[in-house]
Structures are given as structure tokens and as C-alpha cells.
Ligand binder design. Sequence first.
Ligand SMILES: [Zn+2]
Length: 466
Amino acid sequence: MLKRLGLIKLATITTAFIASFWATSPHFIPEGLNPNLTGYTTFAKTLAESREEVETTRSYLLKPDRVFDGKTLHTNWQVLVQNDKIIAAGPQINQDQSQDAQPDSQTGNTTIIPLPGMTLMPGLIDAHSHVLLHPYDEVSWTDQVLKESTAERSIRAANHLKATLMSGFTTLRDLGSEGAGYADIGVRQTLEKGVIPGPRLLVAGPAIVATGSYGPKGFHEGVRVPLGANEADGHDNLISEVRRQIGGGVDWVKVYADYRWGPNGEAKPTFSVEELKLIVETARTSGRDVVAHASTDEAMRRAIEAGVKTIEHGDNGTLETYRLMAKNGVAICPTLGAVEAISSYRGWDGSEETVPARIIAKRQQMETIIKAKTNICNGSDVGVFDHGDNAWEIELLVEYGVSPLNALKAATSGNAKILRMEDTIGSIAQGLSADLIAVAGNPLTDITALRRVPFVMQAGHVIKKP
Ligand SMILES: [Zn+2]
């Protein structure tokens, strides 16, 4: 069931985060940091020291009980990190670079970090997030879009990103600002400048919807309200909108191939296959992929034919459609977390006697996906539920029938491949970015180990350690 971070827990995380993160990250600037917060003095003191440290080599030898490298579990492995990269991983690490080191000290060339009882693994990847949204049981989606300023939403996003990184997620693909325009690009730039801590962020900007299909809805025709995405249709307008969003800085182009605009509020396709093809071709010219929201079988079919890279939700896809996805290399992000969260907001207590129809359909969908061998993307739709709770999706994948190994692969090397970033993230191998986490226990035998993350390293910086 839904496990929620309380406010107190979030405050604790934030304070602990500042203490540990800022003390170890020389490129983070303490502008506006409240001097009363724990960690400020430590940080101010270490900033000067850290500036010198930048000139020298940072080197860590990580010694966990097990290493999950993104594909396989190994015992007796160690991982050597230098600056921002993984230098070596295996049973026989060249000790030359670490022979002078004392455990947890920096007296030698290399700092040894023992991680007893833990499994070291690549930083987790969630390929469907909304950092500009917060749980709908706090404020409805409509009220967030209509009543919260872009400033409020961006500041909330900063808190969400901290919680996400501290929970072991080092990369997010954020799929739509939902009425906050290009704020996600601004948030990404703020992260890249080191002003706020958080995972690596790939963003989709405002996203594209067919005119009349998206919300918020239900207003007098004279009232103009901000929509949750940008409307565009037809040849010229669609080309312009895709190019505008690319120019605005999106990493992915997101399109809503269907939406709940049927006569009875049910999901129905929006764009024609020709329109979807145009979107994909225009995006591809710039080297970007397209992600499609689709829950009807027809919209999924059109999106596959158009050449999208991933389909989000996919609730009503048939076995034939999922087989077609497998054949064409289109991945599915089932977003189980969002469906479970919304069911609980509507009163479901998790009891098997009162399972909502939507959950029963989701279970059938996962059976179909597994049968069709469709590539599963780990994407939770977090924002509908608490940021920092992203591991819930991986737990649900297992609960819905995916093997723990395949669920872990999806959240690491699998997602990295879908994002075309397998040469940078998602595996523990020489030359990849040192985005690493350690979880207490063995996630292959107990997936809830992903909830216990005592160690987080981002680009070779220790963010959190036991
Ligand atoms: Zn979403």
C-alpha cells in the first residue's frame, strides 16, 4: 500500500541532506542558506577547503557485500571511483591506488568506504515523473494548475528533487510541467548550475495536446484558464509547436495520443496517425525522441506506427499491440504507482475484497505485457504521489509479476538504454558516471531493500553515507 513521507520526515531529510551534501560538494554555492540550519557552519568551513580539493583527485574505494551492476549480482566485488567516473569494478581491484588508505579517512590517496551488509548498485532511474506536481490528496491536479504560481511550483520542485536524490534516484525523465510552461527547463538549469541538489533531469516542457482534449475544463467560454499542456493540431501548427518546444529546451517531446474526452469522459484517441508521424519526424530531425501518453489500444497503435519510443500508462493495450511494441522496440511505462495512489485517494484500503476495477485491469495489463515480452520501462508518474517514494513503482512491478531481477534492470540499465544514456548511467562499469547507491540487504531477495538507502554518490560526490 501507499507509504507516505510525513512532513516531519521530509524536514529531517532536508536538514540531514544539507549537512551531508553540502559538506561534500564543492561546486554547490550556499546563497541564501539559512545560517541557523544544521550544516551551515560545516559547509562554510569546508567550502574553502573544497575549492582546493577540486584541484586534486578524488578517489573512493567502495566495499559492499554485493554489487548489482545493472544486469547481474556479484559477490566480493569492489568499485573504484575517481573524480566523477567509475574506474574499475570487480573482485580484483588494483590496490596500488588505495594501498595507503585507511577506512573512511582521506590520509591516503583513496578513501575506503566500507558498506557492510549492503548491495551497491547504479543510481535508480524513474522515467516518468512530475517534479512540478505534488500529491493529489494534498491539492487536486486542477487546483495545482489553476491556483499555484509557477514560483510556488518551482520552489516545491526543489524540495521534491532533494527528497528524490536522497532516496537513491539519480536520474529522472520528467514528463510534462502540467501548466507550468517551461519551468522544468529552468529547474533543470538550476540543478546543472549546482544551485539546488537533485537528480539528473531530462524534461519534456509543456507537452503537446490536441485542441479541446485536455484540462482544466468546465469553465464559461469567456473564461480563459491555463491548460495543463500546449494545444496544437494539423501540419503547420504541429511542426511549429514541436520546434518551439525543442527551442525552449526540452529533452523529449511528449504528446497525448489520447485523453479522457469521450462522450462519457472515457479515453479516446486525439491525434491522427499522420499528425503523430509529423511530431515524431520533426522531433527526430533534432535528435530527440517522442513519448506518448496513451491508454486506449487505438492510440497506442497509432503511436507505435508513428515511431514513438515509449508509451505511458497503456492500460487497455491488447496482446497483439504489446507484441507489436516488443517487435518495434517501443517500451511501456505502466505507471502502477499512480494508479495505486489514486485508488487509495478514492478510498481503497488495499483489501482484496474491494479491489477497484482499475487495479484489476492494471493486473491484467501487466500479465499481457509479461506474456508479450514488451520492454518494461520503470516510470511511476510520481508527483501523483510523494516524491522520494519512487521505489514504490519497482516494488509494484514485482508485486504485479515482474521478476525482481527484471524490475531492477528496468530501473537501471534498462531505463538507461531507453533514454539512450547507457554509455553514461545505469550500469556499474568502467568509464560510466559514478552515480551509485547502496541499499541495506539484497534487493534481489527482498525488493523493499530499495527503501533503505544509506549511501548515495552522485558524479563521484558522496551525498549520503552510513
Ligand atoms: Zn504523467
